[in-house]
Design a protein around this ligand. Structure first.
Ligand code: XMP
Length: 515
């Protein structure tokens, strides 16, 4: 295993993902992790991430200085390298010229860390500080026009540093560098594979659950679906999959989901049809947060009732993923105040908000995985591509894509419009070009003309975005042809719509969803 100590870089997770791409397991931990904890984990290598601070700031985060004496190879990235240099007796100062963006690295020592990295490779830089003098034992492996110490090493102690970010996709040769560190310097074996994960998870699930019953709330997304497969493989009919259909799913989705599980994979799903309850609970509600809150509470209520009816259950299975685990760890710390930083923009509902008196123990077999690893796993155990590659879909579903009041009529309209959007982009083979592509219904009417008739009907907004992780997003530059085709079909085929508009707002300042 490789441990990444996180100093608040936006790229810490990315480093972990890159390492896992080399089939070596890696975890992101807080920079406060003690040497004792590290010794227990027994990693083969440690990576110190970048971070927003300067090492000479008064409250700059520091790692336990005993790390340098552990005898475990360490690679410092950006802030991590500067910290290494400073703690070991070198000097870090504000750079004469900050470097942001691409830079060519000129290699002074093409061995070891930089084997197979081409001289002149483009690497991604983002720093305002630079190392002025190196600690004893260190030498320069590479420089750039502006940065004399772009890569450094103390070969004896196996301490390495790079000023650039090998983990980002723009860094050509970054992966080669990571492989050198992982395989040649840390001597890791490529044992982190899907097959190994499945085998180990099944063993762990069986050991944990024994002969007890497990309840899983299936949502139709890749996480809960993969979880269902994994659990079913491990414990067969000790698992109950429950799908709460609040009536806000996309066209045909609930039926397809239940059928796929039942017919293709022989996993029975309890299909709870709760549409009327959900519609009633948000009847007349127009405030987005109130709507979300009510749907969330109702979800929990239905879940509670149904789990009592079908139970008792000892365990609840949750599709918690690794980024959720990292986010709730002690990593997002404001260096000025020492407090955890978290900004709530929208309340996302999931079964995590269950009341305390529902005393389930949790099984979370996916908690070590990143989303792309879940997809890989889902595929390897036979999940249909339709589910594996499904765009993210919010828990409250279409209800938060109808602005204002949600009615039966509006749901029908949006479901049809949404279906057309997906059909058009799927037929063109561009579904995967988007992070999400969907329709939003606005609760206003505008005037139009169809045939010789004046119409007064709803507009549909098209929201097609690209994104890496949903945290930031850009509107997609699609062809006019596509917009035209979707617009034509929606106004012709969906009764109640006479206008289609395209949302050209990125996130920030917009959010991806409209509510
Ligand atoms: P926003 O709209 O905040 O969305 O830019 C970011 C990503 O999160 C998804 N999203 C949700 N997912 N429950 C979910 O499981 C929710 O309540 C929820 N709200 C937004 C959204 O679709 C996008 O991918």
């Amino acid at each position: 295993m490789i441990v990444i100590l996180d100093f608040g870089s936006q790229y810490s997770e990315l480093i972990a993902r890159r390492i896992r791409e080399t089939q070596v397991y890696s975890e992101v931990l807080s920079y406060r992790t003690s040497v004792e904890q590290l010794k227990q984990l027994n990693p083969k290598g440690i990576i110190l991430s970048g971070g927003p601070n300067s090492v000479y700031d008064q409250n700059a985060p520091h790692c336990d200085p005993e790390i340098w004496q552990l005898g475990i190879p360490v690679l410092g990235v950006c802030y991590g390298m500067q910290l290494m240099v400073q703690q070991l007796g070198g000097q870090v100062v504000r750079a004469e010229r900050a470097e942001y963006g691409k830079a060519s690295i000129l290699i002074d020592d093409p061995t070891d860390l930089l084997t197979n990295v081409e001289d002149g490779s483009t690497m991604w830089m983002s720093h305002g500080d630079a190392c002025e003098s190196l600690p004893e034992g260190f030498e320069i492996l590479a420089h750039t026009e502006n940065t004399p110490c772009a890569a450094i090493a103390d070969h004896e102690r196996k301490l390495y540093g790079v000023q650039f970010h090998p983990e980002v996709v723009h860094s050509v040769g970054g992966l080669a560098l990571i492989r050198n560190f992982v395989y040649h310097i840390c001597r890791c074996e490529p044992t982190w594979t899907t097959e190994a994960f499945v085998e180990e998870s099944i063993r762990e699930i069986r050991a944990k659950v024994g002969d007890k019953r497990v309840l899983l709330a299936l949502s139709g997304g890749v996480d809960s679906s993969t979880l269902a497969f994994l659990l079913h493989k491990a414990i067969g009919d000790q698992l109950t999959c429950m799908f709460i259909d609040q009536g806000f799913m996309r066209k045909d989705e609930p039926e397809t989901l239940v059928e796929i599980f039942r017919d293709q994979f022989h996993i029975p799903v309890v299909h709870v049809k709760a549409r009327d309850r959900f519609l009633a609970i948000i009847d007349g509600i127009t405030d987005p947060e109130e709507k979300r809150k009510r749907i969330g509470h109702e979800f929990i209520r239905v879940f509670e009732e149904e789990s009592k009816r079908l139970g008792p259950f000892d365990y609840l299975a949750q599709g918690t993923l690794y980024p959720d685990v990292i986010e709730s760890a002690d990593t997002n710390v404001d260096p000025q105040t020492g407090e955890r930083v978290a900004v709530k923009i929208k309340s996302h509902h999931n079964v995590g908000g269950l009341p305390k008196d529902l005393r389930f123990k949790l099984v979370e077999p996916l908690r070590k995985l990143f989303k792309d690893e879940v997809r890989k796993l889902g595929r390897s155990i036979g999940l249909p591509e339709e589910i594996v590659q499904r765009h993210p879909f919010p828990g409250p579903g279409l209800a938060i894509r109808i602005l204002g009041e949600v009615t039966d009529e509006r749901l029908d309209i949006l479901r049809e419009a949404d279906f057309i959007v997906r059909q058009e982009i799927k037929e063109r083979g561009i579904y995967h070009d988007f992070w999400q592509a969907f329709a939003v219904l606005l609760p206003i009417r505008s005037v139009g003309v169809m045939g010789d008739q004046r119409t007064y009907a709803y507009p549909i907004v098209l929201r097609l975005v690209s994104s890496e992780d949903g945290m930031t997003a850009d509107w997609s530059r699609v062809s006019y042809d596509l917009l035209e085709a979707i617009s034509n079909r929606i106004v012709n085929e969906v009764r109640g719509v006479n206008r289609v508009v395209y949302d050209v707002t990125s996130k920030p300042p917009g959010t991806i969803e409209w509510e």
